[in-house]
Design a protein around this ligand. Sequence first.
Ligand code: HAS
Length: 545
Amino acid sequence: VRVDRAAARLSLAYVLVAFLSFGVAAIAGLLQGLDRGGVITLPKWLNYYQILTAHGVYMGLLFTTYFIIGFFFSGVARTTGGSLPPVARRLGWLGWWMMVIGQVAATFEVLAGNASVLYTFYAPMKASPLFYIGTALVVVGSWFGGYGVFAAYRIWKRKNPGKLSPLFTFMAFATMLLWQIATIGVALEVVLQLIPWSFGWVSTVNVLLSRMLFWYFGHPLVYFWLLPAYTMWYAVMPKIVGGKVFSDALARTSFVMFILLSTPVGFHHQLLEPGIPPLWKFLHVILTMFVVIPSLMTAFNMFAVFESAGRAKGATGLFGWFKKLPWNDVRFMVPMMGMIAFIPGGAGGIVNASNQMNEVVHNTIFVTGHFHLTVGTAVAMTFFGISYWLLPHLTGRKLTRAANRVGLIQAVIWGTGMLLMSGAMHYMGLLGVPRRTAYTTYMNDPTALSWMPLEGVMALGGTLLFIGAMLMIGMVVYLTWFAPKGFEEYPIGEVANPAEATPRLLERWPVLISLAAVLILVAYAYPVIDTLQNAPPSAPGIRTW
Ligand code: HAS
């Protein structure tokens, strides 16, 4: 099945803006890395925190969100017959325009130095109103993208009563549902607290509440990044390795678990913040350990897919299947490197989430190392791997052997850069090096001076990442406009004959949404009410412009 032209155009519009944002983010990333490492000194008009904000917003919020929505539109079209219903396309385009307008407004403010508040825009640091309005518009636009996915899903369900939705479409629906639930927190924070405060309509802000609302959003945000990569691993990867989807029920169960458990865990980002009752921190830590389970299920599933594909091709012995995997195929190899990185990345997450160990690593650069392995490697490399077949599929071109080879080189550069940078970050974090600080030797303190060689390793890794990023942009341009005309397959795995039918409960959305709501209420109702009643004195705010 081929994605038709109208759906392809929409999907392409999202993916191309994603890579444009990725390119800008990479430039900002290089500059802030070199500046922090003391390798370069930025000109007076460009400040470290300003470009760190640009890097975070462009990489973490814009590259990911555009890519995810574009990928989902294409896959939903591919698995529901090849096209998108007109209403889904209209919603998709409306969302795209809103996001682009919001992005331009926010960029303008960051460039003007009116919003050096980093991607978490923590109060009491204050940005100009236009920055908040711009980012809010990006989020609202992404909702419309989600509504487009929901519309396509519903129309398919109406046409196919009683049938289980295609796995890819289910996963797209579940992820965009997770996004709706997650963004309630940041929408409340921005609309009720930050915008009125930034305009000066109110003079103070309840900092504790604003951070609670942010992390209500901030943690499911990371699963919003992860689940599209998992969609590729579950639904696409089996086809690429010549196998089958191992278990439809397992795949859907893991996504349902993410819907239930992603949100009521936000306090694991605030374990060291005062004002939140310890009992609730404890509850959030327990739920965090539960949300690890669907990732462990995913690891199990992937090994099962690889092993059964290998054995079907005649592999014998305990690890014979390993040799049967298509190691030279960029569509496999690049996401696979991401998967491997996710093993230490996930383990680092469990370290972060453990209360006592969080005291060691919180606000150190260990955390930055953690998220460069998770979102920067596992997720980003999966997105690169997808692009190698998605772009030519959408533009009616072919992934050539030469492009395949360059893709492998790109992946090695990116992987090495990340290994150096993220490895140094983890190690430095354990030495107590803080995250989010511009170049400083702390008045030539000997301890701080001893970190400098490691800062250099970080800067070297960052430079390799920049080269990898530029190569990736080159590949995007080539595959979109210059690769030879032809047909590139949109790989979708076939489900292995199941021993048992997938339980229908996994698609009973009212039940699942109600369960998610109950868990959220248990996790957040008391702390939010407590904060509203007993919050420490509100802060007037620190203008960053
Ligand atoms: Fe995290 C901070 C806990 C996952 C991203 N995280 C962050 C921040 C970001 C982020 C951006 O509890 C910083 C926020 C900020 O700016 O302050 N994280 C976790 C936990 C998990 C986790 C428990 N994080 C992620 C993912 C992210 C992400 C995914 C992005 C996509 N994180 C934390 C905590 C903090 C935190 C604390 C706050 C720290 C602080 O104090 O500030 C878990 O979900 C991880 C579970 C994952 C696994 C791995 C399973 C492995 C798989 C691969 C299998 C490989 C195969 C290949 C099959 C258990 C599925 C094998 C093939 C061969 C050939 C060998």
